[in-house]
Design a protein around this ligand. Structure first.
Ligand code: BEZ
Length: 211
C-alpha cells in the first residue's frame, strides 16, 4: 500500500555521500524533503540537483533539510557531483542516498516499472517536524520538477498549520489567503480582527495573518 498524507514517514538506515544515516535521526526536529531521481549522469537530474543546491538557504529558512536518492551507488554519486558543480554552477550541499538494494525506493514506492525500467521516478515527499508526510508528488522521468513549487507548498503548509486559513490558487508567501469555511463569521472576527472580504459565504479573503 502506498504512503499517504498524514502517514509517518518510514524510517531507514542508508549509505549516503555524507556517510551512513538513520533517516529520522538525520531529520532531527525540523522538516525534510526526500526526493528521488532516476539516475546519475543524466541531463535532467543534473539540472534538478544543481537547482536544489542553489536553494539550500531557502530550505533552511523553512527549517527544512533536503536529501536525494537514486538506485545508483554512493561512489557513482560522488563521481557525478563534480559534473553538477561544473555545469550548474553550484556544489551539491546535501546528502544523496546510494540505494543500491532499493530498500528506500521500494519503501517509498519510487519504482514505477511502467516508466521504462527499474530506476526511481521523480518523487518528492515533504515531511514535517513530527515525521508525518505532508505532501507527495510524482513526475515522469522526462519532466524536471519545479523546486520553487516545493518551497511554495512548504510555505503554505507551515502557514496553515498555525492559522485557520487555506491558500488559494498560485498563492505565494505574502499574498492574501482564504479563511477556512469551518470557521463561522462570529469565530472569524476573533481570529481576523482586521476583517476580510466576503466574495461568497464560503469564500472569504483576508491578509496573510503572520505578516
Ligand atoms: C534525465 O535526468 O535527464 C533522465 C533520466 C532518465 C530518463 C530520462 C531523462
Amino acid at each position: 500500500m502506498s504512503l499517504r498524507l498524514g502517514d509517518t514517514a518510514p524510517d531507514f538506515e542508508a549509505e549516503t555521500t555524507e556517510g551512513t544515516i538513520n533517516f529520522h535521526d538525520w531529520i532531527g526536529d525540523g522538516w525534510a524533503v526526500l526526493f528521488s531521481h532516476p539516475a546519475d549522469f543524466t541531463p535532467v537530474c543534473t539540472t534538478e540537483l544543481g537547482e536544489t543546491a542553489k536553494l539550500k538557504e531557502q530550505f533552511a529558512k523553512r527549517n527544512c533539510k533536503v536529501i536525494a536518492v537514486s538506485v545508483d551507488s554512493v561512489e557513482d554519486h560522488k563521481a557525478w557531483v563534480g559534473d553538477i558543480d561544473e555545469t550548474q554552477g553550484c556544489a551539491v550541499n546535501f546528502p544523496i542516498i546510494g540505494d543500491t538494494d532499493r530498500h528506500v525506493s521500494e519503501t517509498y514506492d519510487m519504482l514505477h516499472p511502467g516508466e521504462g525500467d527499474t530506476s526511481t521516478v521523480r518523487s518528492v515527499f515533504v515531511i514535517d517536524a513530527n515525521k508525518k508526510i505532508r505532501m507527495t508528488l510524482t513526475y515522469p522521468k522526462s519532466a524536471g520538477r519545479n523546486f520553487d513549487e516545493i518551497l511554495r507548498v512548504i510555505d503554505s503548509i507551515q502557514l496553515t498549520d498555525g492559522y485557520k486559513v487555506a491558500t488559494p490558487v498560485n498563492w505565494k508567501d505574502g499574498e492574501d489567503v482564504i479563511i477556512v469555511p469551518s470557521l463561522s463569521d462570529e469565530e472569524a472576527k476573533e481570529h481576523f480582527p482586521d476583517g476580510w472580504k466576503t466574495l461568497k459565504p464560503y469564500l472569504r479573503v483576508t491578509k496573510q495573518p503572520n505578516r
